[in-house]
Design a protein around this ligand. Structure first.
Ligand code: HT7
Ligand code: ZN
Length: 845
């Protein structure tokens, strides 16, 4: 496959002024007629007229009304065209019913829908399918279906036809069309200037009862973007459609967002608190793209973080405002460490702005999204809140309607602050997670010195990384526990750099990297006593939580590697946290959670060990059991205090209580043989309680009856049945995980062509650390077998799931050989997709 390079960017030779599309819908033979006004681009040197097009049957093509005969290739067409403005007209035929890749125009449960990002529009018609070509669109849909939707504002409509006009120039990746038997959950929103916007959440019949929360989240997002970023919505209507077959979470098409039904449909009976929170965040994310992504888009796909990093940063701010800021920050860092750190420190490492790719779909990664958001958080920390707000205002004013680059983005910050961001830009161009080591010195004259050294491991993507700008937030505590120096932001720019704190009465205890002020790995030898001290006294909620995880990590690694007993400092510290009513229940639940097992394996590998997944699993089980036993007396009353008596609400307060209740139930089940879980399961009137009880019963080996009852109760609800598939794998023992997953793949409801069901089963196996890495290779071979089967139908989802193998070099030689064999088996498949080929090749290195 061909590699595409950032440095090779050149503008398209033609400007598109206007696009008219007509769709004559038919499942196997949809006709797409386009009429497009082109004119030569004065800024372009390359005047070749190339239009992307894949899998299209060309029926006819005309220039200025004259029939033409373009040269066709599997990638598109080329034609000699006049050096003057001209009208291109073309008719193609496509087959949505047989489009299983879920890219372009496809069908899901009888409904037509589209997914065009990143390069799906070329599967709909011939077009310059690149984000820097922006145009207004007018669309006519002819189809005998009750609901016919596209981008923009409503135009005329009649029996079996409808027109839409989008006045805002957009790239083709934001095009959308939906047609089907759908029901609207309506709403309205009055913008800050008093304009009324029609809102609709379109769902399949039967899902009407799951729309209220999504609609409310949409309205809150619209208001928040006005209040916090000064961004008003810009069309008369905003539509959201829920689709069952979808490769990702959702898509921000202009005025017509399309959502994976799992990312928008919610009801207390069928959705967990976590589902509600995720839905709220995704609705906000897609809505916020209207300005960061749609009005200002990307010049090319290398700039993807321009819209994704910024929009993730904005949706995190939104969630922090709607819920608890510390809980959101901690959850984001858990996610970053679990998903982005392995990517940044393995064979798939790439900069936040990659410099080359073969298949862009493989770069919708945690690095581009989550590290991209962390880079913006750092920028904001460095310039301050006021300058950040000013820079964003300038960004919107200067670049509205444009397709931009990271250089444009950084320039607004330079212009507003006068700072030189040349070195900061390395966060966009260098791969790898910097390691930050710390040394401290105390002199009796009252000066405390912190010396930091940064180093980033070289990778294929960045063979010789240079020092980066690292904002390190530090506070100091007196040995009595009092804060003696409030949080100060140290700006590190050198490879090694010292910072002094003067006038201190005694040697302080440092609290370093408060709020996780930079996406780095802090390497500092800290005693158990010091961690326990920070756990008890740190005023920074993030670092207090981090002290708890670090204590857990240390004891778990000692247990797994050296057969040590659980550290009493961890157990005592946790008992104190548990009993501290002054702490938010959601925060206590996070404190109680153990670090991920894959993360423990990464830490062991970093320290030069070969992690044993089974030993890690056993250490986690032993530690949980020890905590349950030590806290035994306090658990029942604490559990009681977490019971919510008010009617269900997915708000932060109630869901925090249920989160802590769930963590306590997990401990109690280790002591009471499942009695409380059975009781909770029997009485549960919401999915959060029902599922947490079911999970504990399965884990305790006592859930057979409830597993069956749950299936019978929810058989008709595909999103709940996804949970049923997933939970059985997640809660299985390591020796059983692969066989449980295999058995589920034989279940009649295992519709493997549906990405949600596929991920619920095989994604859950890949996420079960000890189960996936079972020594006999059963986890590896099951996943590989299914990836091979899925690839010809859905390359995007297949390729994404290959990432499960990315950490293979951490493990012992037997496991390495097993994984290599599976990767080679995948690579050897005839006709393997470009997506999967690229992933497997990069992982193998
Ligand atoms: N911008 C979107 C990313 C995306 C996508 C979504 C659905 C299916 C395929 C997709 N390829 C890329 C979603 C977002 O980040 O908001
Ligand atoms: Zn996005």
């Amino acid at each position: 496959p061909k590699t595409i390079y950032l440095q090779d960017y050149t503008p398209f030779g033609y400007i598109v002024d206007d696009v008219h599309l007509t769709f004559d819908l038919a499942p196997n033979a949809t006709r797409v007629t386009s009429r497009i006004a082109f004119r030569p681009n004065p800024d372009a040197e390359d005047t070749r007229f190339f239009l992307h097009g894949e899998g299209l049957t060309l029926i006819s093509a005309r220039i200025n009304g004259e029939e033409v005969d373009p040269e066709l290739s599997p990638e598109g067409l080329v034609l000699d065209v006049p050096a003057l403005p001209f009208i291109w007209e073309c008719e193609v035929e496509i087959d949505p019913a047989n489009n299983t890749a879920l890219e372009g125009l496809y069908m899901s449960n009888g409904m037509y829908c589209t997914q065009c990002e990143a390069e799906g529009f070329r599967k709909i018609t011939y077009y310059p399918d690149r984000p820097d070509v922006m145009s207004t669109f007018t669309v006519r849909i002819n189809g005998d279906l009750p609901v016919l939707l596209s981008n923009g504002n409503k135009g005329d409509s009649g029996e079996a036809w409808a027109e839409w006009h989008d006045p805002w120039p957009k790239p083709a990746y934001l095009f959308a069309l939906v047609a089907g038997e759908l029901i609207a959950h309506p709403g309205t929103f009055e913008t800050c200037t008093g304009r009324e916007v029609e809102l609709n959440l379109w769902v399949r019949p039967g899902d009407e009862g799951k729309c209220a929360f999504g609609m409310d989240a949409l309205k809150r997002s619209m208001r928040w973007d006005e209040e916090v970023y000064g961004r008003e919505y810009d069309l008369d209507i905003f539509n959201i459609v829920a689709v069952d077959d979808f490769n990702m979470g959702a898509m921000e098409n202009k005025g017509l967002n399309i959502f994976n039904s799992s990312a928008v449909l919610a009801s207390p009976e069928t959705s967990t608190d976590m589902n509600f929170e995720r839905i709220e965040a995704i609705i906000a994310h897609e809505y916020f793209h209207n300005w960061t992504g749609n009005r200002i888009t990307c010049r090319d796909w290398f700039q993807l973080c321009l819209k994704e990093g910024l929009t993730v940063f904005r949706d995190s701010q939104f969630t922090a405002d709607m819920r608890s800021a510390p809980v959101k920050r901690i959850s984001d860092v858990i996610d970053l460490r679990a998903r982005q750190f392995p990517e940044d420190n393995g064979p798939l490492a790439h900069p936040v702005r990659p410099e080359s790719f073969q298949e862009i779909n493989n770069f919708y990664t945690a690095t581009v999204y989550e590290k991209g958001a962390e880079v913006i958080a750092m920028l904001r920390r460095l310039v301050g809140d006021a300058a950040y707000a000013e820079a964003l205002d300038l960004y919107f004013a200067r670049h509205d309607g444009q397709a931009c680059t990271i250089e444009d983005w950084l320039k607004v910050f330079e212009d507003v602050t006068g700072r030189d961001l040349t070195q900061f830009k390395r966060w966009y161009s260098q791969a790898g997670t910097p390691r930050l080591s710390v040394q401290d010195d105390w002199d009796d004259a009252g000066t405390y010195r912190l010396t930091f050294t940064q180093s980033t491991p070289p990778s294929v993507a960045s063979p010789s990384p240079q020092p980066q700008v690292i904002p390190v937030a530090v506070g100091l505590l007196a040995p009595s526990g009092e804060e003696v120096a409030e949080t100060r932001l140290l700006e590190m720019t050198e490879a090694t750099q010292s910072f002094d704190f003067t006038g201190l009465p005694e040697r302080p205890v440092p609290s370093i990297l408060r709020g996780f002020s930079a996406p780095v790995i802090l390497e500092r030898e800290v005693t158990t006593e010091e961690r326990a001290f920070l756990l008890a006294h740190d005023t920074d909620p993030f670092n207090r939580w981090d002290a708890a995880t670090a204590l857990a990590r240390t004891t778990l690694n000692d247990m797994a590697l050296h057969g040590a007993a659980p550290d009493p400092a961890y157990l005592d510290g946790m008992c104190r946290v548990l009993g501290d009513d002054g702490l938010d229940p959601a925060y206590r639940a996070l404190m109680l959670a153990l670090p991920g097992q894959s993360e423990l394996a990464a830490a062991q590998a970093d320290a030069g060990h070969r992690p044993d997944p089974m030993a890690i699993w056993t250490a986690c089980e032993t530690l949980r059991q020890a905590l349950a036993e030590q806290a035994a007396e306090m658990l029942p009353a604490l559990f009681e205090a977490c019971q919510v008596t008010e009617p269900y609400s997915p708000d932060a307060e109630q869901s925090g209580k249920r989160a802590l209740g769930g963590a306590l139930l997990a401990l109690l089940t280790r002591l009471d043989g499942g009695a409380r879980a059975e009781d909770q399961y029997a009485k549960a009137d919401n999915m959060t309680l029902q599922l947490s009880a079911l999970g504990q019963l399965i884990r305790a080996g006592k859930g057979d009856a409830q597993v069956e009852a749950f299936y019978d109760q929810w058989q008709g609800d595909r999103l709940v049945i996804d949970k049923w598939f997933m939970l059985q794998v997640v809660q299985s023992t390591p020796d059983q995980a692969a066989s449980v997953a295999r058995k589920l793949t034989e279940h009649p409801d295992f519709n493997w062509k549906n990405p949600n069901r596929f991920r619920a089963t095989l994604g859950a196996l890949a996420g079960h650390h000890a189960g996936f890495h079972a020594a006999d290779g059963s986890g590896y071979s099951l996943l590989a077998e299914w990836l091979i089967k899925l690839d010809p139908l859905n390359p995007q989802t297949t390729a994404r799931m290959c990432a499960a193998f990315q950490t293979w070099r951490r493990y012992d030689s037997d496991r390495q050989a097993l994984i290599r064999a599976e990767l080679s088996r995948i690579a050897a498949q005839p006709g393997l997709s470009r997506d999967t080929t690229e992933m497997v090749t990069r992982i193998l290195g």
